[in-house]
Design a protein around this ligand. Structure first.
Ligand SMILES: Cc1ncc(COP(=O)(O)O)c(C=O)c1O
Length: 393
């Protein structure tokens, strides 16, 4: 039966992780995998998460099935964290999902049910899993220009020109904040212009929010998404708690459809029905950790302080690397790094330069030049800057 199956394509990130693990050199630097790391290179369990877990273990009396949508306290607390009251609760249909990945996939399935001919527009540089998830749901995909690689900034004119070709009923996928992989975010004016364009063309925004709190702060990071929610009749949102709660392996996500009030129940039932076909019930433990933290004032403060610390550490690494590159290269061409947001930036390096960094300097980054800024610390920033200056020479 399986002889004709094609060989699976090796995932680039997994292969890079393996190569890093196999490298015996002291001082090797891992900027590949997209998880937060502290200055010692660890991804610790957040203290607020530990405290919430202890409370759950001590008080939980059953692990029987919940509703298909998941725990209502989780859904409500995440709805409020992301949407912040931009729309009445009666306009939001939500289900819990195993991570943000499944939220993206389930939303694509929802689009296919409602409008199989819809094209999903994605930024030309995007999370490598967006394309496969969209195609696996049988939907068409098109790219809009996003990054001006020379400036390390938004190609605003290119983006708006491409989006003019969006058809009625198409869906435009946007990163809520901390764009992966470019680190280039939309400003409020850009969100407003995209909102106006989508309104004019009768298209729907689909916002992937995987890093809320890693850019400017919890509310600032959601401001663009909230603007669209308040302005447009329909919007889709995929949320992830992997990064901002450090709950990666617990698989905590949410799929939301913001619709006119009269349609909420139909959307909620359809989303729950889609879950039933794949995983039935979302995992509960991580979602319960999130709702315990968000529902308890003291834990919430503890968590948001920890998140602020992570955000500020990444921003300090950005400034440090931009400064060190200025010194090492004698040019300002990498100044854009300090102005970008979130964990990732795309460094304008050739495949040969990226390979030399790995082979000669033990510095690991993705093949397109994506680096995880959280992988750096005070000691490795000058090492990276010096090595980059060498390969650029
Ligand atoms: C843009 C984006 N969306 C969604 C996800 C999904 O994350 P997870 O499924 O681990 O919650 C990620 C993770 O890297 C991401 O970068």
């Amino acid at each position: 039966m399986f002889e004709t199956l094609p060989d699976p394509r090796l995932d680039g990130i997994i292969a890079l992780m393996q190569a890093f693990a196999d490298d015996t050199r002291m001082g090797k630097i891992d900027l590949g995998v997209g998880v937060y790391r502290d200055a010692a290179g660890r991804t610790p369990v957040m203290a607020a998460v530990k405290a919430a877990e202890t409370r759950i273990v001590e008080t939980q009396e059953t692990k029987t099935y919940l509703s298909l949508a998941g725990d209502s306290a989780f859904l409500e607390s995440m709805r409020d964290l992301v949407l912040g009251g931009a729309v009445p609760a009666g306009r939001v249909a939500a289900v819990g999902t195993p991570g943000g990945t499944s939220a993206v996939r389930q939303i694509c399935e929802l689009i296919r049910l409602a409008r199989p001919e819809a094209t999903i527009w994605v930024s030309a540089q995007t999370w490598p899993n967006h394309g496969p998830l969209i195609r696996a749901a049988g939907l068409g995909i098109r790219a809009y220009r996003y990054l001006d690689p020379e400036a390390g900034a938004l190609d605003r004119d290119g983006m708006m020109a491409d989006l003019e070709a969006v058809a009625r009923g198409d869906v435009v996928l946007l990163h809520g904040c901390c764009h992966n992989p470019t680190g280039v975010d939309l400003g409020l004016q850009d969100w407003a212009e995209i909102g106006a364009l989508l309104e004019r063309r009768g298209a729907i925004p689909f916002v992937d929010m995987a890093y809320q709190g890693f850019g400017e702060g919890l509310d600032a990071d959601a401001a663009g998404l909230r603007h669209l929610a308040a302005r447009l009749p329909e919007m889709l949102v995929a949320g992830s708690c992997s990064k901002n709660f450090g709950l990666y392996r617990e698989r905590v996500g949410i799929a939301m459809a913001v619709v006119p009030e009269g349609q909420r129940a139909r959307l909620a039932g359809t989303l729950a029905g889609l879950s039933r076909q794949v995983f039935a019930f979302p995992p509960d433990h991580g979602g319960r950790v999130v709702s315990t933290i968000l529902g308890d004032p003291a834990l919430r403060i503890m968590w948001s302080r920890e998140l602020d610390e992570m955000r500020l550490r990444v921003a300090a690494n950005r400034r440090g690397l931009a400064d060190a590159l200025r010194t090492a290269t004698g040019s300002d061409r990498f100044g854009f790094i300090s102005g970008q947001r979130g964990m990732f930036s795309l460094l304008p390096l050739s495949p040969a330069q990226i390979e030399t960094l790995r082979a000669a300097h033990g510095i690991y980054m993705l093949g397109d030049g994506r680096v995880n800024m959280a992988g750096l610390n005070e000691a490795s920033v000058p090492v990276l800057a010096q090595a980059m200056a060498e390969v650029l020479r």
